[in-house]
Design a protein around this ligand. Sequence first.
Ligand code: SF4
Ligand code: SF4
Ligand code: SF4
Ligand code: FES
Length: 986
Amino acid sequence: MVKVNLDGVVREAQTDELLIDLINRAGASVPHVCYHPQLGPVQTCDTCMVEENGRLIRACATKAADGMTIYTKSAKASAAQVEAFDRILSNHLLYCTVCDNNNGNCTVHNTTKLLAIEHQRIPFRSKPYEVDNTNPFYRYDPDQCILCGRCVEACQNVEVNETLSINWEDPNPRVLWDGGSTIGESSCVSCGHCVTVCPCNALMEKSMLGHAGFLTSLKKSALSGMIEVVKGVEPETGYGSILQVSEAEEAMREHRIRKTKTVCTYCGVGCSFDVWTKDRHILKIAPEHGPANGISTCVKGKFGWGHINSQDRLTTPLIREGDKFRQASWEEAIGLVARRLSEIKNKDGADSLAFISSSKCTNEESYLMQKLARAVIGTNNVDNCSRYCQAPATVGLFRTVGYGGDSGSISDMEKADLVIIIGSNTAESHPVIATRVKSSHKLDGQKLIVSDLRENEMARRADLFLHPKPGTDLVWLSAISRYLLDNGLAHTKFLDQWVNGLEQYRKSLEPFTLEAAERLTGLSERTIRTVAHMIAEAKATCILWAMGVTQQSQGSDTSTAISNLLLITGNYMRPGTGAYPLRGHNNVQGASDHGSMPNMLTGYQSVDDPEVRQRFETKWKVILPSTTGLDNHQMVEAIHAGKLKAMYVIGEEMSIVDSNANYVEAAFEKLDFFVVQDIFFSHTCRYADVVLPGAPSLEKEGTFTSTERRIQRLYEVLEPLDGCRPDWKIVQDVANQMGAGWRYQHPSEIMDEIAALTPMFAGVNYERLAGYKSLQWPVAADGTDQPLHYTKRFAFPDGKARLFPVSWIGPTDQPNAEFDLHLNNGRLLEHFHEGNLTYRTEGIREKTPDVFVEVSPELAEERGIQSGTWVQLISRYGKVRVRALVTDRVHGKELYMPMNSVESPVNRLTSSHTDHVTDTPAYKEASVHMKVLAEVGDSPLPRINPRFGHPTPQGGVEVERKWKRADYAPPGNGNGNGLVQLQTKK
Ligand code: SF4
Ligand code: SF4
Ligand code: SF4
Ligand code: FES
């Protein structure tokens, strides 16, 4: 701590604390237009000038030092602040009353008021550029742009998409996209960082324009007229009176604009933000306080909410009649569901029914779904879609360290010296996590190794890109472990103190010589050695992995090999280290955590443990089944075998997201009774007997658990659409119709019950999760959580981790002469999975309208293919027709097909092979024959897709270039020796 005299009061500050933070903490009012705590000093606006030792310094760029004496309101400081702000106003028209940004949080408006500006000395000067409306989600108005550069800093160094810059050397500087493209044709990925941090109305969400204000929906000509009126009266009245009018209008807005916190409904990063709404219109998404994301979002979280008010929403239950569905009342539909489930249970037994919960639903809803299966029906046949993706990673961690979750937090990934990403297209599948790694790599010297088949964005940024043969990650990981142990590079002290099973593990590594690894993986011995040394030399290493690892027939073993490698290098138990399986859906972690698994009750308590069962039986007042139920892969097999007669699926597009889709659909056709609960009539609904309209995340309360085990509350942003019900209420209705007698009035009561039954969640309650508060499990009864796992012990009885030997078997469904191409698949940034939600956002559809198959330039040349050529992909299991996209992201005979299609889903091509431990489908092991069709269409990705843009990486806003301009002088030092001519009320 240091002591700083601030305006005559001695205050304590951290040694590296910026003066502006100290000033703000002390409640002093110093303007700071370009400073944003999550961006750090940008230093473009000069409004934060304070006086220290007779000289002016920028408070945002100066660290507190012992003995400093700072004056924030001396004549010199005040004059400089006003002068700087006057320059800003010359770039901005103050027409707040008719501005959609007049919502109490406009920095330019608030600073005008703070400095009591009455008149501008430097008149407003229009810039010679048009407004750019070419992005579907936001627009840029150069005339309103104050050139603060916050947007540039956010794009360059937080999002690290590196699209934005400012042409400081130009006579009329402005913000540029890709150095001068339109926004629409630039590399902008519409993540919204820039719009979120813009301190005025220069960058604005289009959903705000004409909607936020009372007068802003007027025609442009009328608005221009009003702006002229404001300008006309300003010389006489001054800004003070004008601001009073606009503040009266702003106060009126407060009554009709609601700001409600929610958690993103898409991926597992767990971004949280306020949703601004006016009636059912979503004005904007405002990220700021989220513990996982701060100001960050990706296009889906920021703009992908078209599904909420979509005309296609289901608003009434449907009951099948022959080949058609008819509308039904809730009473009739619930009555039918309860009656048929009871009949089938009575006739064929409880285990002839199965339940699938949704990882889009809340923790409380997942809990109720498994309670319905276990306590009301009497079966453990309950699962969730982590079976399709994450179960192998969970097993790998359970085997080695004891908990099946990320071992630390996103902040640990930021802190690591070395990040290794394996089989994860992080920049597209977990975009906000990718921003943290990209930023640490760009700014803090973090090293990055990426192993993938595809040269995705992270691969292109990596210090080392590994492209092993498909399905061979286990081999090179194990070879590195062996090399490190053989060469005395393992962390012996850590192993001695914290790890069991070294000798057996060392023996299991015998086959993994460097020679064998080179032969099997195609990576050179030298490359493997390089990776080994990079890990050995790094002080802290994190490994991130996803479906490229888990969706293989040895997904569990490869996940285990990753954790083994981290253990022998001592990369657990410290900040910046650990294992990070990146969870796919927003609540896929929570769905498993809360018991929607055939072998586990909540908190991974085994169904075959009598003590555990007894605790639940006492609370639920039932006798529970004790044998493991069917997982969702086994459910499909059981239907085909005639053993499973009825299913109840919530929110899962199972008919096309399970692998070997044709086989799954054939199973659904055989069911005696099938209930699907969803917000749209999904492809899976086609096979249903009853369809129940649930509610999307914005229309309910509850909690989600993100990839970093972070439990967060979501609040009801909008009431459920007429006719829809929150899923927890529907499940309760079904249970009660079957005589359960549940009486939950609010999801908080469900969470209280979960906490009472689950040691891992003992201290979780809604009070501790209020607003933006969150908890990372395990949570002790006193509310203590664990952002970083294993700081004192591993989660085994003796506190030690376990090295778990694995061997290599090799992938299934390999290419041969007939099926000669390897087919990989995964997500796209813009769409979530098959796109049931994201296609309902027009701007996303415009930018990314269709699915495609990526073909390497060399294969394209060999087969006479160009972007837009229609091809038929034929596998051993099915076929799809799709357009080709020629790109060097894929190499040789490896294809890549994203999942964003209901009409041509990649899973018509995938097999029924699974990971041998978890039954997770081996989606990534597929071989196809490609038939080139005569037809050539347009490129499946339009020119306005950001992948065609040309980013302009630079260090940030590069304010030094501004300072070199001939017309720049720091305020207080130029323009008449620091004499400021502004008239103020002060
Ligand atoms: S990528 Fe686009 S939306 Fe995101 S910060 Fe950059 S310019 Fe803004
Ligand atoms: S567009 Fe960028 S430079 Fe212009 S005011 Fe907004 S954040 Fe500042
Ligand atoms: S999709 Fe994921 S990264 Fe994007 S805003 Fe939502 S939680 Fe964040
Ligand atoms: S806030 Fe310090 S220069 Fe802008």
